[in-house]
Design a protein around this ligand. Structure first.
Ligand SMILES: O=C(O)CCC(=O)C(=O)O
Ligand SMILES: [Fe+2]
Length: 506
């Protein structure tokens, strides 16, 4: 390796004053104001700032002979993906040294994902979030971080995450075709839900508004009480104050999402419907949650979710064929959903249903697949505003984008009409069953036993329904091995795996 000569410096500094770019201007997220529907389309194309180091997409390399990568010694031969992969093996001190050798390596070693990984692998004991993973890991005030111009560096690997972190996303939630629109209802009775709605996404517009915590929980008010309480955000457990400081000031393509299953204990909440002084209760229309018969052997079923605009959940199905409700307390969420029978554009599911592969970030998915997803029969879309609850039916794929900073609560449950799906999943999808403690060796047997004790009629009904579905599937298998006689590839589509696959798109 013979990188071009730039003196090695533990903290790379600007060698040429004229080439130091102005610090990134960071805007704080508006905290309490909800956007309105008419504001969703307002984030225009000039919202994308230039890359902080001046790196441009690879295509620009074809318009110039100059390329900074040419001066990266032997590293110039490595494709950018491989170079970043190599850098992932280095310690911070080596990244700093290498970054001091030439501008191209300076830019590559500034790649935020490298510093995020270093941080998560060995988090500093005590730290202040400083706006970037690198400055936080190195305890560098952001205004002391160097910003050397690398305008002749052309790299999609470096530029794409930056672009995806800034490309406007709210407009994807606008102009929802009427046939895709998730129905919005003031409320439902238990009977209405059970009879007609257990396989349909819908938004309830009223129940949360009577919760005592609605209107009183904001990030600012939570900070007053829980600033030093640790909450889980993906791979880290941070005090709420640190998470909120991160949430208000980061440039990650996929911002860390606070998703905490132990929040009720941490916040000493009591949860309805029966608890006195309950802080909130599941919307009543969902009726009895039949997984509750599992008692303390049930998998986790409730989460507090906090995240900034652009955070959210990539495509997934909820675990163990459970249904879910998701209540927005502040902010707004865009939902993109597909029933179990549909192949979701851009999402590849392994034969046993256990592995889901899709673009890594929500922005990348929306940029590449949103138009096709929207045209796909069965697609459902909607915005769930503060005070509203969205129903996720068992087995439905969903992607969720926070349109602004949001606080939400979610609960997973098994309604009576979907007991067969849960039984079928636990019986047939062993490898994909999740969330049970290790000492629960036979989740299916456990559910059968506990349901039988408490609700024998529900168990009988569920087992009969499961038997019918299993026979139906065998029938489909026979049809498939006979061949697709009508030649219509789109005739309902056999798909391996998940219980409930045979449900029709409504
Ligand atoms: O609010 C969100 O990001 C969606 C959460 C979700 O999909 C889930 O809890 O399963
Ligand atoms: Fe989910």
């Amino acid at each position: 390796m013979a990188p071009s000569a730039v003196p090695v410096d533990v903290f790379p500094t600007a060698h040429d004053e004229a080439e130091v770019l102005r610090p990134l201007k960071r805007t704080k997220t508006e905290l309490t104001h909800s956007i309105t529907e008419s504001q969703l389309g307002e984030d225009g194309p000039d919202a994308i700032p230039p890359h902080p180091l001046g790196v441009k997409p690879l295509g620009n390399a074809y318009t110039t002979r100059r390329s900074l990568k040419a001066s990266a010694g032997s590293f110039k031969r490595l494709p950018d993906e491989l170079l970043v992969h190599f850098l992932e093996y280095l310690e911070a001190v080596d990244l700093l040294k290498l970054g001091g050798t030439c501008k191209a390596l300076y830019a590559f070693t500034r790649f935020e994902d490298l510093w995020k990984t270093l941080f998560v692998e060995s988090p500093p004991q005590d730290f202040t979030w400083r706006g970037t993973w690198r400055s936080t890991y190195l305890c560098l005030p952001l205004d002391l971080e160097s910003r050397i111009s690398c305008v002749d560096l052309f790299s999609d690997v470096l530029h794409r995450p930056f672009y995806c972190a800034h490309v406007p996303l709210r407009s994807y939630a606008t102009n929802i075709p009427p046939q895709n629109a998730i129905p919005r209802l003031p409320d439902l009775t238990v009977e209405e839900f059970s009879a007609d709605w257990t396989n349909t996404p819908f938004i309830l517009t009223s129940p949360v508004k009577s919760w005592p915590i609605y209107g009183t929980w904001t990030t600012t008010s939570l900070l007053q009480t829980y600033a030093s309480t640790l909450f889980r955000a993906e791979a880290v457990d941070w005090p709420l104050a640190t998470y909120i400081s991160y949430m208000r000031n980061n440039t990650d393509e996929s911002p860390l999402y606070l998703f905490d299953r132990s929040f009720a204990a941490k916040m000493s909440l009591s949860i309805g419907p029966d608890a006195p002084d309950a802080s909130y209760w599941p919307p009543s229309c969902f009726g009895a949650d039949l997984f509750s018969v599992l008692g303390d052997q049930r998998p986790d079923s409730r989460w507090l979710i906090i995240g900034p605009a652009r955070s959210g959940s990539t495509f997934h199905k909820d675990p163990n064929a459970t249904s879910a409700w998701n209540a927005v307390l502040t902010g707004a969420k865009y939902w993109l959903m597909f029933p179990p029978s549909v192949d979701v554009p851009g999402v590849f599911v392994s034969a046993d249903g256990g592995e889901v592969t899709s673009p890594l970030s929500i922005a990348e998915y929306l940029l590449s697949f949103h138009a096709l997803a929207r045209r796909t029969p069965g697609c459902r879309e909607g915005v769930c505003w503060a005070g509203e609850v969205l129903h996720v039916p068992s087995g439905w794929f969903h992607l969720v984008l926070n349109l602004e900073e949001s606080i939400a609560l979610t609960g997973n449950f098994v309604p009576r009409a979907r007991v067969a799906d849960a039984l079928g999943f636990l019986r047939d999808q062993g490898a994909n069953v999740s969330g049970f403690r290790d000492d629960v060796k036979d989740p299916y047997g456990l559910l059968v036993e506990k349901l039988g004790e408490k609700y024998p009629a529900v168990l009988d009904e569920g087992l009969r329904e499961l038997e019918k579905k299993t026979k139906g599937k065998r029938g489909k298998w026979e049809e498939l091995v006979k061949g697709d006689e009508d030649g219509d590839a789109d005739d309902g589509g056999f798909s391996f795996g998940f219980g409930g696959d045979e449900e029709e798109v409504e």
